[in-house]
Design a protein around this ligand. Sequence first.
Ligand SMILES: O=c1ccn([C@@H]2O[C@H](COP(=O)(O)OP(=O)(O)O[C@H]3O[C@H](CO)[C@@H](O)[C@H](O)[C@H]3O)[C@@H](O)[C@H]2O)c(=O)[nH]1
Ligand SMILES: [Mn+2]
Length: 736
Amino acid sequence: METSLPLNDSHVRKTQLVINRLHAFLHGIALLCLFYYRITSLSEIIKTRDNTNIPLLPHVLIFISELILSFIWLLGQPYKWKPVVRTVYPERLPGNEKLPPIDVFICTADPNKEPCLEVMNTVISALALDYPSDKLHVYLSDDGGSSVTFRAMKQAWKFSKLWIPFCRKYGIKNRCPEAYFLTEESASSTTEFVADKKEIKERYEEFKNSVERIAADISTSVSRNHPPLIEVVSDANGSRMDTDHEETPILVYVAREKRPSHPHHFKAGALNVLLRVSAMISNSPYMLVLDCGMYCNDATSACQAMYFHLDSKLSPKLGFVQFPQKFYNISETDIYDGQLRYIWQRWEGLDGLRGPILSGTGFYIKREALYGTQKFHKDVDHIKLRNLFGSSNEFIKSIYRNYKLNFTEDRKFYDKELRSLASCSYDTDTKWGKEACEVGFRYFSLVEDFFTGFNLHCEGWKSVYIEPSRPCFLGASPTSLSELLVQHARWNVGLNQVSLSKFSPLVYGPLRMSTSQSMCYAEFAYSPLYFLSLYVLAIVPQLCLLRGIPLYPEVSSPFFHVFSFVFLSAQLKNVQEVSWTGHSIRTYWREQRIWMIKSLTSYLYATLDAVMEKIGLRKASFLPKNKVVDNEQTKRYQMGIYDFQASALFMVPLCSLYILNVASFVMGFLKILHTQKAHEMLIQVFIPLFAAVLHFPLLEGMVLRKDKGRVPPSVSLLSALISVIILSSTSPVHHY
Ligand SMILES: O=c1ccn([C@@H]2O[C@H](COP(=O)(O)OP(=O)(O)O[C@H]3O[C@H](CO)[C@@H](O)[C@H](O)[C@H]3O)[C@@H](O)[C@H]2O)c(=O)[nH]1
Ligand SMILES: [Mn+2]
């Protein structure tokens, strides 16, 4: 029988494994030598403090910053321990009749920020997935409760009825119409194809126009106060079951109830409503989750995921299959490092452990994993189920019922039941979204994906990472510094919420999963700490250089080589990883730059935010990213020119530190020439030089550029003032 053969295979990247382990060993030894140097020199300073005038504080600060960097480095090592790649055997997948049904969940929140046409393209591409139509059901959650989205969705469904047969007939790979017509993928050259394509293109233009008309006609205002609305999109004749059902999957619109007095828990709340509503309508055992604007670029993703979910060995423990997030709008220069290469490389490493971290979109997850029912017996107490899942008996029945397309039954009854499941109070006093209670997407953190995946791994579920050469899903990545920094600040607020709680991965993880998997979660969750190290490294060595206080060993000392080795080995390892994943050295350079910029801004504010939330001064919130395209900004992005029109909160620290570093390099350099102290200060001269070269675009933005994307002169002036104050202040390093 076909299914007895494995559907997939994995193999370890051996060369990479050897390089990684060897590097970890050497780098680790070098770090130990570095600590030895710091500890001995610190104790020396403390002992001789009365006679010498060497200040202690800068040495302590530098040591702390080195400890943090080393700690995060150590946490990241399990990622590199056993990188794994997966292959699949397409010919072994069972026939259509054996494929399990799938529900697709798409979330949108605000038509002003998430253009309706893009959302509809996501919907259409999901409807057109290469999967038996009667086993595919698409749900669109509209958190804005906007009638624009509702009406546009009906048009999208109508268009799909033409689009899907066209795609199937010609084996079109890219099932997102907007992207398909842009790329001009050619499936055939017969006259029939050319005529069909022309026809479908015209239909698409009509559809597009109708969506634009809808958006122009009615207000796109977003409501925070509305009753639930659930509608299975159907033909005008009112019969929900369409005669062409074979060709077009059902499409369900869900706007959950929202009231100002009830917390709605952002995307996790929306997904939990979809879980409940879909349980009543289709109750598929697997779900694909997609962010709006993220379209299906390869229609075979569902089958690809099934190579793992149907694998008899993997299946019982497999919670989800994660695809990487890839982006269609990344420019050649990728100045904001939008491709997130370093993340997907880690996921590959995690695949050798318990599996990749849940990444919000582009994953096929098992319904059972989100219900946490694997531990119950079938005859579990009904009261217990009500405590977990809420008061709906229909919902509770669905938990143990197999897949069944349900919505044609008693319509009135179901409508009432559905509205209750989508009401804002349904969750209250249940275990939905509660951390560590195993029901649904967890509300605890703004990064619901990270935290839910963490919980699933803690409960014993595994995950699989698959990165096919043709990306299955494509979305839009930030194209301005401002967007990038705001997005990363939000992610890191979410990570801080986890790391500052009892769910901190190093505390909560090791008892529930392997230490190595916990370390990887911790590496992610503690990464906002980078801001501490980088602020110290951007200020302390520089000020000490100007005051003639050496913080590093002098050139003749053997420890000078230790410091040089640590720096070079870290950099070269990055270069090696970047080139091994098929990128050029420029990618390495940009990754360094953006990592520092994010650490000095997003990570700092994310930590302040999370701490304020912890002590009750603030509430974290998740406003969807603006996906509306600004032409001028996009043009700059395409040309590889940074857009520094970001909030002064971001720009002032960056520019101040930049000026501080340039100034201390120049002044320090002149000073050591005079005093002949170069051998003592070499590393301290090198640090600001490295920063000044790496962040040269900031200098351009402040001084050389005249366009709209430059650093605003007011920001440059304020930054200059701040750096002068820091430079001239008798800083605390002077005494102690
Ligand atoms: O109240 C809300 C807020 C957001 N969303 C949806 O959530 C998705 C992600 O929002 P987006 O603004 O695109 O944020 P990103 O930073 O791009 O999202 C990343 O980070 C999120 C966690 O912060 C994850 O949920 C996402 O899957 C992941 O792609 C979008 O479809 C939104 O419509 C809602 O449905 N309701
Ligand atoms: Mn997004």
